[in-house]
Design a binder for this molecule. Structure first.
Ligand code: NI
Length: 258
């Protein structure tokens, strides 16, 4: 049984002491491919380096909405564009909107502008997109409808309603399911997981964040993806093998993983 962790951050300093062990534990759990996402410019360069070093590791490059401060000054758009041409870069991301942490309306507008700019990079390079969206469902969907023509992607760590999920699926985009699906207070997630067409979900850990039960509260890592898959298997009444098979296929198709 093979799995793909379609979203994590192994460049986080929480992995600086034991990254090789973490990588091998993932491999031994069947998590044979990992997509590591950048949040800043430096981080994006690092995920590309990691992808060169570890087999089965791929990179997503982009500037996270909480990290856009010096986007223009740093010439970030051009740097991300050039970096994204490297081998092993499978996606633009994570990019998007975060209104949970950003309450200032002008800065939210700046987030939208930079989100659109990075969607354009994805289009020019024909790369899929990994979107971070928190408490910004309406604006994020509006931007995707108006500026993501011809693009495919995923709303990672999906936190919206079933209604929003259905809109996302209608656009041909996928949703990413993470550790919170295993939490007792997972709210609408089980209902969404149950309703999801097989082709429309991806598994992800978002490590080091959001460790699934029974690791909740600890550092998350790609090998814990299996706990998320087990919960999904329980919710959907499908075998773990089936879940592994179609979510791996979904990831390989969306991100052109080889
Ligand atoms: Ni993330």
């Amino acid at each position: 049984m093979n799995f793909v962790d379609t979203h994590c951050h192994l460049t986080d300093e929480k992995f600086s002491d034991d990254l090789t062990e973490v990588y091998h534990r993932a491999e031994n759990s069947g998590v044979i491919k990992i997509i590591n996402f950048g949040a800043t410019l430096d981080d994006s360069f690092r995920v590309v380096e990691f992808a060169k070093k570890f087999s089965g590791m791929f990179a997503g490059v982009g500037i996270h909405p909480e990290e856009i401060e010096n986007f223009v000054e740093n010439n970030s758009a051009e740097k991300i564009f050039n970096l994204a041409k490297e081998n092993n870069v499978s996606a633009i991301g994570e990019i998007g909107l975060d209104y949970h942490w950003e309450k200032d309306s002008e800065k939210r507008i700046l987030q939208q502008k930079i989100f659109i700019e990075q969607l354009d990079i994805a289009r020019q390079l024909n790369l899929p997109v990994c979107v971070h969206e928190r408490e910004a469902h309406g604006d994020a969907l509006k931007i995707l409808k108006n500026h993501a023509h011809g693009l495919r992607g995923v709303l990672h760590c999906f936190s919206g309603s079933l209604e929003i999920a259905r809109e996302v699926w209608k656009m041909g985009w996928l949703i990413g399911i993470d550790g919170p699906v295993t939490f007792k207070n997972s709210a609408k997630l089980p209902e969404i997981v149950k309703a999801a067409p097989r082709e429309m979900i991806l598994l992800e850990t978002d490590a080091p964040y959001l460790a699934p039960t029974p690791h909740r509260g600890k550092r998350n890592e790609p090998s814990y993806l299996v706990d998320i898959a087990k919960k999904i298997s329980e919710i959907r009444g499908e075998s773990l093998e089936e879940i592994a098979e179609y979510t791996t296929k979904n990831a390989e198709i969306l991100y052109s993983l080889k």
